[in-house]
Design a protein around this ligand. Structure first.
Ligand code: ZN
Length: 347
């Protein structure tokens, strides 16, 4: 489905349709699975986000996990968590992945985290200042939530995993990664500007056309050639869809950074053309890939659903969600505790 901000320009629907077709071909080539996409409906972003959060609000105690996009927060709050994220990556692979200008500063996970967070902050401020030729800001200060990756996830999580119908959302909204406690390096390097992301356990993915179809020097600079033709944009969008939906949703793979001809490699910065060239260098990657743990994600998701229902005192639904979490992953002492708590309320 398409979720649009009607205040802002959108990529032509015909281009989106063509990209969907190309992506399904690539998914078949890389993963030997057939996926057919169909645009079933279009909805306005404001209502798409507001309604689910009204019914099932976000817990206040969760908010500290995301960088607040209202201008009151500091990225330094996430320094130690970011260092932990980067410690998990081979430092050489990381160094080869970042722009040459900061390569020498990537010496330790802590230094890498500091430098990446500073880049994030500088770029993020820039994204917030962009306006359409008619003067309309791309960043909606009246509803910063619509740009927040963290909030989109919380909206997706209001739906029971087996009732998800919007498996792929294409939007013209500028999406920013504000989950800075575990944001990946490729996301920090572009000031959080997201091409898309996925919730593999559902499965569900969202792709933003904003970075591909919006032209500002600050955005073009992150791309990798002066000229970015219609064809380039189409291929870039196809790749984002194939990466999110093919590698993550269909195959359940984690991002990798050092494979060749691999759909599991995310776009570096907004270097779409380099990424596409690399994708078609050689035969489709058949190396082993680290997988996302779907069962854990799914159990987490039911657990979070249960917490939210508990908060609004819908104990029947809270109980059902807890029981599903336990069925998937019986070794969750806190969830069992929650179940006893709910059963007391239900008596
Ligand atoms: Zn690979």
């Amino acid at each position: 489905m398409l979720v649009v901000d009607p205040r802002l320009p959108s990529a032509p629907k015909a281009v989106v349709s063509e990209a969907l077709q190309t992506a399904s071909k690539w998914i078949e080539t890389w993963y030997r699975k057939r996926v057919r996409f169909r645009i079933d409906r279009t909805e306005s972003v404001d209502s798409y986000l507001a309604e689910p959060l009204r019914k099932l609000p976000v817990l206040n105690e969760w908010r500290r996990f995301s960088y607040s996009l209202d201008g009151t927060d500091t990225v330094m709050r996430f320094l130690s968590q970011q260092s932990d994220v980067l410690r998990a990556l081979p430092i050489d692979a990381l160094r080869s992945y970042v722009p040459a200008s900061i390569r020498s500063r990537i010496t330790t996970p802590e230094q890498a985290a500091l430098n990446l967070l500073l880049i994030y902050d500088e770029k993020y401020r820039l994204w917030k200042s962009l306006r359409t030729p008619a003067g309309m800001p791309f960043f909606d200060t009246a509803l910063p939530m619509k740009h927040s990756y963290w909030h989109w996830e919380r909206v997706f999580e209001t739906v029971w995993p087996d009732s998800v119908t919007d498996h792929l959302i294409v939007t013209n909204v500028m999406l920013l990664d504000d989950a800075l406690s575990d944001a990946p390096p490729h996301s920090l390097l572009r000031g959080g500007l997201l091409n898309g992301f996925s919730e593999e356990e559902c499965p569900q993915a969202i792709v933003s056309t904003f970075p591909i179809f919006t032209d500002f020097p600050a955005i073009s600079d992150l791309r990798d050639s002066g000229e970015f033709t219609k064809k380039d944009r189409l291929l870039a969008l196809s790749h984002i869809i194939a990466h999110e939906f093919g590698a993550h949703v269909v195959e359940g793979l984690r991002d990798v950074y050092d494979h060749e001809a691999c759909l599991a490699v995310p776009t570096s910065g907004l270097a779409y053309q380099t990424t596409i060239r690399r994708l078609f260098q050689g035969k489709p990657c058949r190396r082993g890939h680290p997988k996302i743990n779907r069962a854990v994600n799914l159990a987490n998701r039911y657990e979070n659903l249960a917490r939210r229902y508990l908060e609004i005192k819908e104990y029947g639904k809270a109980k059902a969600a807890v029981e599903r979490a336990i069925a998937i992953d019986p070794k969750r002492p806190l969830v069992k505790l929650m179940l006893r708590q709910i059963e007391k309320k239900l008596k």
